[in-house]
Each structure stands twice: as structure tokens, then as C-alpha cells.
Design a protein around this ligand. Structure first.
Ligand SMILES: Cc1ncc(COP(=O)(O)O)c(C=O)c1O
Length: 422
């Protein structure tokens, strides 16, 4: 937006904003959750055990009972095909992969990895946080008092020059959060080169872990899915499988509240996880695993189901992107992506206005993710990034929310250029 356009845009956007406020909207475009229509796609999971009298899984265990600490083989096979980790090195959890991540960080903290001192006895420990990133990753690190170092995200993945330099020089760096496919929130998928560079890291810390959160590994918004190079296979080549902790879940395949999660890693770390998990529980919810297997069958079943999700959510992404293009495009005050998968549109508004945009939206009845949430400590140094989550609201509501968003982006930019106090 040019300075001389700003006055005109300010007047127009203020008027429009007032009109929108009068509608007294009450809309939420904040969290990446599936809509009810998407959840309905997996109702077959609930039917799968109906009237069934046989509950044994392929290793002979009765899924109704105790046992099989790492989860039933058929479900581990599905996660193996999703993540590239051999099924014997996959451990299943209950509905939340985030809980497994928390548990693994907790393990580093209380007991340590690879025979190293627990992190809690090593003084200050640090994690690398490619940013913008997933706020709940940062919340886990903050909970344990781990110092977070923001790493810039590029189109091919995080800044690997910076990661290599830091990890190879600083023994107190113990982990790096990654969402390698259809990343939250940038939507990008790590390039082959980035995956290889991760596998080739030579960390100063022997207990360094790449936390590979593959939450969106099958979540394409196109007919064909992008292929992410397997970190596990690349690490096999470098002999560093134990540097990985690879996560996935069916939260956005079946039900976030009642799905199955998984963690895969190298054989030594797997043994460490085994020791902890077998102390913690006599086994996860195998009936849930069994009904997921009966419903999904295999990775092809998963992919077919994801096409059903795509048909519901792709038009929602399209609507927001088209409205941004039409109403904000060409003004040079904001940028957004057109993601090929995942759950978010990554919006960068004029520097110094993200908080104001979120505030204006809120006052007009549209709740967005807090500005700054996508950065460690909630601190976006440029105050520019906003995560848009279009999956949950019905399309009519999304349209109204996007109207407010577009006006708020323009109004906040004009205010900034004209130096008008909010
Ligand atoms: C990157 C990422 N990881 C993990 C999760 C949560 O996964 P789960 O439901 O398996 O705990 C989310 C949910 O939004 C996510 O975006």
C-alpha cells in the first residue's frame, strides 16, 4: 500500500469495519480441528467392533485384555507405512501424540538418553524451535524450563546452516522440534536436502534428538500427496537412527479425542522407551487400535479416507485464499500461502500489525489464534505472523470471518502507515 493510498483505504476500511461490527458475529477460526462433517467420515470406527465376538490380534493376544505394551501389530504396520519407521520399532499410545512427545521430553529430563546424565542435571539445556511453528511444542519446552532458540523457516524447511552450526558447537542443545510435512503453520514440506542434512547432523550432545512430528503425513489438500523423504531411512545410512523421535497420530484421520498415536525411533532409544512405558502402563487401548485397523485396513485405506477429508476442507482453504487474493492482493501489505496439505494458511501481515489485526478481528466477533503464538515465548519479533485455521467453521461462517479478516488487515496497515494510534 502506498502512503497516498493509505488515507483512502483507512476511510473505506473503517466504514466497512463498523458495519461488520454491527453484525455482532461470534465466529472462531483459531484452532486446527476437524469439522463435524469430517468426524462423521470415521463413524465406521465405532461400528467396527459391533456384534464382534473375536478380539484376538495377529500375535494371539486378546485385545480386550492386558498385554502387548507396544500396541497391536496391524496398527503398528499402518503407522510404519505412514512414518517410514520399521513396525517393530513403533510404539502405540492412546489418542494424543502430543502426550507421547511430552513423555519423551520428560524422559530426557528425568532419566536422560543414551546413558547421558538426565537433562535436569546438566544445567541449562536448549531446544531449537523452527519458527513460525506449533505453539504446543513450545509450551512443552517452556514447561520444562528448556531454553528455546528460534530458527527461521524457509520454503524448503528450517535454516539448516544455522541448525548445523548451533547443534555441532553447543552441547547444551538437546533437541529440535520439526513438523516436516505440511508444516504447522507454514504448510511447507521439508526438501530431500533438508531431510538428508538432518540425518547428517553431528551434534555436540550425545543425547540430542530430532523431534520429527509427522502430524500431517497423509493430510494432502490435492489429489496426489507430496512425498517426504524418510528421515529414518536417511538416518540408517548415517547410523543415527537413535537421534530420531518420530511421531504421528490418527487425530486428524479419525478422531482427535479417540484416535491412536505412535512414536518410532532407533533400537536403543526404543529400549529406553520400553523401560519407561512398561513401568507406566500395562498396555494402551488395544480395542481402539483393533477397531481402527478393522475400519482403515491399511495405508491405502488411510489414503482413501484422507481424500474424503480433502473434499470437505479444500473448498474452505480455497474460499479464504480467493478472498485474500481479491481483497488484499496487490496492496503489498500481506502475504499468504496456498498450502498443498495440512491444516493451516500461513498469513504474514504488515510488520508490526499482527497483534492489531487479531485484536480488530476479536472486537468484530472473530477469534483467531493469538498473534505471536507461533513463536517461542509467544514473541514474534516482527509482529507479522498469523495462523489461519479454516477447517472447523461451516463455509458460510468462514466467509463472514474472512470478510472481517480482510478488512482488519487493511485497517491495521492503514493505521500504521498513517501513524494513527489504535
Ligand atoms: C504439529 C502438530 N502436532 C501434534 C498435534 C496434536 O496431535 P495429537 O492430537 O496426536 O496430540 C497437532 C494438532 O494440532 C499439530 O498441529
Amino acid at each position: 500500500m502506498l502512503q497516498n493510498q493509505a488515507e483512502e483505504i483507512y476511510i473505506k476500511a473503517s466504514d466497512e469495519y463498523k458495519r461488520l461490527c454491527e453484525k455482532k458475529l461470534n465466529l472462531v477460526m483459531a484452532r486446527g480441528v476437524p469439522s463435524a462433517e469430517q468426524l462423521d467420515l470415521a463413524l465406521g470406527v465405532l461400528e467396527a467392533l459391533h456384534a464382534r465376538t473375536e478380539f484376538h490380534n495377529s500375535d494371539g493376544n486378546d485385545s480386550r485384555s492386558y498385554g502387548v505394551w507396544n500396541g497391536i501389530p496391524e496398527m503398528r504396520k499402518i503407522f510404519s507405512d505412514m512414518t517410514g519407521v520399521p513396525m517393530e520399532l513403533i510404539v502405540l499410545g492412546n489418542n494424543s501424540s502430543l502426550q507421547l512427545m511430552f513423555d519423551c521430553v520428560s524422559m530426557g529430563f528425568s532419566h536422560g538418553f543414551g546413558g547421558c546424565e538426565p537433562w535436569c542435571r546438566q544445567g541449562k539445556v536448549k531446544f531449537l524451535c523452527p519458527s513460525p511453528g506449533y505453539d504446543r511444542h513450545f509450551a512443552i519446552t517452556e514447561y520444562f524450563g528448556i531454553e528455546m532458540i528460534a530458527i527461521p523457516m524457509m520454503n524448503s524447511g528450517p535454516d539448516m546452516d544455522m541448525i548445523e552450526k548451533l547443534v555441532e558447537a553447543d552441547e547444551s542443545i538437546k533437541g529440535c522440534w520439526c513438523v516436516p510435512k505440511y508444516s504447522n503453520p507454514t504448510g511447507i514440506t521439508y526438501s530431500d536436502e533438508v531431510v538428508k542434512r538432518f540425518a547428517n547432523l553431528k551434534p555436540a550432545a550425545k543425547d540430542f534428538k530430532i523431534i520429527w512430528d509427522n502430524a500431517y503425513c497423509v493430510h494432502t489438500l490435492r489429489e496426489t500427496d507430496i512425498k517426504l523423504l524418510s528421515l529414518y531411512d536417511e538416518c540408517l545410512k548415517t547410523g543415527k537412527e537413535d537421534m530420531t523421535l518420530i511421531f504421528a497420530s490418527t487425530s486428524k484421520i479419525s478422531f482427535p479425542g479417540a484416535g491412536v498415536s505412535a512414536v518410532g525411533t532407533g533400537p536403543k532409544t526404543h529400549e529406553e522407551i520400553k523401560k519407561r512405558f512398561c513401568t507406566e502402563t500395562i498396555g494402551s487401548d488395544k480395542l481402539n487400535q483393533l477397531r481402527h485397523v478393522l475400519f482403515l485396513h491399511d495405508i491405502n485405506g488411510v489414503r482413501a479416507l484422507m481424500q474424503g477429508h480433502r473434499k470437505i476442507i479444500e473448498p474452505k482453504f480455497r474460499l479464504i485464499i480467493d478472498m485474500l487474493n481479491e481483497r488484499v492482493g496487490g496492496l503489498d501489505i500481506a502475504e499468504w500461502n496456498d498450502p498443498q496439505g495440512g491444516y493451516f494458511i500461513n498469513l504474514n501481515v504488515m510488520k508490526g500489525t499482527a497483534k492489531r489485526v487479531v485484536e480488530l478481528c476479536k472486537k468484530a466477533g472473530v477469534v483467531l489464534t493469538d498473534a505471536g503464538a507461533t513463536y517461542p515465548y509467544g514473541n514474534d519479533p516482527d509482529d507479522t505472523n498469523i495462523r489461519i485455521a479454516p477447517t472447523f467453521p461451516p463455509i458460510e461462517e468462514l466467509k463472514q470471518a474472512a470478510e472481517v479478516l480482510c478488512v482488519a488487515i487493511k485497517l491495521a496497515a492503514a493505521e500504521k502507515l498513517l501513524d494513527k494510534a489504535a
